[in-house]
Ligand binder design. Structure first.
Ligand SMILES: Nc1ncnc2c1ncn2[C@@H]1O[C@H](COP(=O)(O)OP(=O)(O)OP(=O)(O)O)[C@@H](O)[C@H]1O
Ligand SMILES: [Mg+2]
Length: 351
């Protein structure tokens, strides 16, 4: 009789990203990002348009060379390898894109589209592949007659099902889904997200789920990475990102969503003003300080590290305080004395 040994704590995560930097010329799109995804986990990546989410997803997939840093799959480095070495590993990672129409060849029938990865990797006989396509279509809820039809004959939600079926063809361990539901009607979004949840349970998949919408990420993700101007500013979990955001930027993303439950009613309604600064010249110190309502002088000069808290979260903010009982506190007006404005805040004399 053998004893079942638990997986050691030191077992390599499925995906590990170490200090990933990806610049597009002068554009510092991703500027030092580290995180991991465990087997079976869904990690959400959220942040406003242009913060570097797609660049990060594509860099992980090896679709563009890294400026620096490392990507590991099951502990083995996969970044910076010649294509011939990466190709077999690519079966383990697949991508689902925002616009299922642009990413599906309009001249090919749905069956051919789903079969293509199997053909490219030389898997199975033509007959076996056809059987697999039928099984994949059933799995994602496409009708059996879909195989002979073209992408334009389907609705957006069904086209995304085709994109997902194609991504599943090689039985990947990880799917990087870049805004997979952002182009869909709200009613259809829930159907596709629920399909992804079910597929994860059935197939033990891991997801990196990218969205600019915190509500969508909150719905599906176990852990959530909040990205701002090329950096991760907070790593939280599903419940706490919604109930107790620590970074002012996370609180600002949340303020856009009405509180769904009474427990969240006391959420600070933090409004983040202005636009994200250009990633060609990120602000010094904390990149968020130009828009932060709590900033102090230190924030403009000293960059906050992404520090791990003892409650499993991480945050990059000088003003998050951990009290003696180990509880982390988000900044408030009380804890942060704002920088005095050069202009008087009040009229000097009433007129
Ligand atoms: N191929 C490229 N060449 C030059 N700049 C690029 C390229 N791809 C992205 N960028 C720039 O890098 C920054 C990050 O872009 P990215 O597409 O990664 O952001 P994103 O978070 O995915 O945004 P969105 O929510 O709009 O999809 C932006 O300033 C963008 O203009
Ligand atoms: Mg994007």
């Amino acid at each position: 009789m053998t004893l079942q040994t638990p997986m050691p704590e030191t077992a390599a995560p499925l995906l590990e990203v170490r200090d990933l930097v990806k610049h597009h010329g002068q554009v510092r799109a991703v500027d030092g990002v580290s995180f991991h995804i465990r087997a079976g986990e869904t990690v959400g990546l959220v942040g406003e348009s242009g913060c570097g989410k797609s660049t990060l997803g594509r860099a992980i997939m090896g679709l563009a060379p890294l400026t620096s840093g490392e990507v590991r799959l099951d502990g083995a480095v996969i970044s910076g390898l010649p294509y011939a070495q990466v190709r077999p590993l690519r079966k383990r990672m697949q991508m689902v894109f925002q616009d299922p129409y642009a990413s599906l060849n309009p001249r090919r029938r749905v069956g051919q589209i789903i079969e293509e990865p199997l053909k490219v990797h030389g898997l199975g006989s033509a007959k076996a592949r056809r059987a697999q396509v039928i099984e994949l279509m059933a799995r994602v809820g496409l009708p059996a007659d879909a195989a002979g039809r073209f992408p334009h004959e389907f609705s957006g939600g069904q086209r995304q099902r085709v994109g997902i079926a194609r991504a599943l063809a090689l039985s990947p361990a990880l799917i990087v889904a870049d805004e997979p539901v952002s182009a869909l009607d709200v009613s259809v979004q829930a159907q596709v997200v629920n399909l992804m949840v079910r597929l994860q349970q059935e197939m033990g998949l891991s997801y990196l789920f990218i969205s600019h919408d915190l509500a969508v990420v909150h719905y599906i993700a176990d852990r959530i990475l909040v990205m701002y101007l090329g950096k991760i500013v907070e790593v939280s979990d599903r419940a706490r990102v919604w109930k107790q955001p620590l970074h002012p930027y996370t609180a600002g993303l949340l303020a856009a969503h009405p509180s769904p439950d009474p427990a969240g009613a006391h959420r600070p309604h933090l409004r983040i003003e202005g636009d994200m600064p250009s990633p060609t010249a990120p602000p010094p110190g904390c990149r968020f300080h130009t828009r932060c309502p709590f900033k102090v002088e230190r924030c403009a000069s000293e960059e906050p590290a992404l520090r791990a808290l003892n409650d499993g979260r991480s945050v990059a903010c000088h003003l998050v305080e951990v009290s003696a009982d180990g509880i982390a506190h988000a900044p408030t007006e009380r804890t942060a004395a704002p920088i005095r404005s050069a202009e008087p805040a009040l009229p000097l004399s009433p007129s």
